[in-house]
Design a protein around this ligand. Structure first.
Ligand code: ATP
Ligand code: MG
Length: 421
């Protein structure tokens, strides 16, 4: 137990944290380009927020939440996603009183009691955005184009954008009734989850991964055929905008989110080489959510991208950059007396903004040179007996092999000058 982390968790070690930093850098660049600003909310919230904000007929709420009672007997849940928290924060901090829409992005850990496998963890990370306050299809197109821009900037191709409309509280009940009618005589053949979905949330039967359910849902009516005029023109508007922007998409009528506050646009981006975990991005409009959480009726749309899955995809395509551990100077003292001077020089270099390190293991000269090459270091500053006595330092350029004996006080200016070249 002491040397094994909980199931479904993973350490991000120095040999891959550079890849995370790279992905996060691209996220920040793209969000800046699209004028989205970062929000950081707590990793835990009142359980009630997720029951309301995600919906109690979803997999997340039914089986995946990390919920516990704190010392004051409050029910607390580790956030399984960030949209509900962002909406809570938007209302609590009155972000609606600023210029609209409110455009937010987040990066951080989420927690779900999922079955761990490649690309599926219990603590995982999402990058997501929320655009709150605008109702026309242009903001939907912007949200989708941000996701596409991010994945493209990483170099990922072979992506598939699926879109659908799930209607609104006006037109969805008609569809729901049609679906129930369609499944009525097939009900007994469905999995036990879908049998209860039939009453509570029949649209989710279309989304079931069980093969039998998939078979029985073939030929089911499509939401798109039931859209009201407003939802229909919103969906047509979105398609027009995506086409104009050169973003290719496929309409998938099976893409559903059956809750009342999910409205109109639903979308997903898949990267099929990831197999069963091919969904890298899921998003949609949630025009009923803000009112559900106690605010004024306010439209909103967002997406969430799984960072682990993006990293898996980048690895598969050999698109991960090499991690830079290079330093400018390695200070190499020889002998005990030289160490104090070496540490002094090391400190001066670092305080001057130069990346530097020294030997802390009493290595031999040969071993120190070998170690310096591992970073790699551009220069080695050697302090042996002679250099110590003469208050000098031998500077070796590791690229050219040339050496120069200089005054100790000249080391920092010399390296600064070299760095400018
Ligand atoms: P799935 O069908 O794969 O379980 P989901 O519908 O639960 O996905 P969303 O809630 O839409 O996923 O979350 C958005 C993204 O977060 C997913 O597309 C995926 O990339 C990522 N994600 C979701 N759950 C996990 C997990 N347990 N581990 C790693 N990434 C995850
Ligand atoms: Mg899931």
């Amino acid at each position: 137990m002491l040397t094994t982390g909980p199931r479904g968790t993973k350490d991000i070690l120095p040999d891959s944290s550079g890849h995370w930093q790279y992905v996060e850098k691209i996220i920040r660049e793209v969000c800046h380009n699209f004028a989205y600003q970062e929000i950081r909310t707590p990793v835990f919230e009142h359980t009630e927020l997720f029951l309301r904000g995600i919906g109690d007929t979803t997999d997340i709420v039914e089986k995946e939440m990390y919920t516990f009672t704190d010392r004051a007997k409050r029910s607390i849940t580790l956030r399984p996603e960030n949209t509900a928290s962002a909406v809570r924060s938007y209302l609590e901090n009155k972000l609606y009183s600023g210029p609209q829409p409110t455009k937010l992005f987040y990066i951080g850990p989420m927690f779900r009691y999922d079955r761990p496998q490649a690309g599926r963890y219990r603590q995982f990370h999402q990058f997501g955005i929320e655009a709150i306050g605008a109702e026309g299809p242009a903001i939907d197109a912007e949200v989708i184009s941000l996701a596409v821009a991010f994945l493209n900037k990483l170099g990922l191709s072979d992506l598939k954008l699926l879109i659908n409309s799930v209607g609104c509280p006006q037109c969805r009940p008609v569809y729901r009734a049609k679906l129930q009618e369609f499944f009525q005589d097939k009900r007994a053949h469905l999995c036990s989850d879908c049998q209860s979905r039939y009453d509570r949330n029949p649209m989710r039967i279309l989304d079931c991964k069980n093969e039998t359910c998939a078979k029985y849902s073939q030929g089911a009516p499509h939401m798109l055929d039931c859209l009201c005029e407003e939802c229909g023109s919103h969906f047509a508007g979105l398609q027009e905008l995506l086409t104009a922007a050169g973003i290719s998409f496929v309409i998938n009528p099976r893409l559903v989110r059956g809750l009342d506050y999910y409205t109109k646009t639903a979308f997903e981006i898949q990267y099929s080489p990831l197999g069963a975990q091919s969904a890298v991005c899921g998003g949609g409009r949630y025009d009923g959510l803000i009112a559900e959480c106690g605010g004024q009726p306010t439209p909103g749309i967002g997406f969430a991208i799984g960072i682990e899955r993006v990293l898996l995809a980048l690895e598969k395509q050999a698109l991960l950059p090499s991690i830079n551990t290079a330093i400018d100077v390695f200070v190499a003292p020889l002998g005990t007396e030289a160490r104090a001077v070496a540490f002094q020089l090391l400190t001066e270099l670092r305080y001057a903004g130069i990346a530097a390190d020294m030997d802390f293991m009493n290595r031999s000269l040969k071993a120190q040179m070998k170690y310096a090459n591992k970073y790699p270091a551009k220069f080695v500053a050697l302090i042996g007996e002679d250099e110590l006595a003469a208050q000098k330092v031998m500077v070796k350029n590791m690229d050219t092999g040339s050496q120069e004996l200089i005054a100790r006080t000249a080391l920092v200016p010399m390296i600064l000058e070299e760095m400018e070249k």
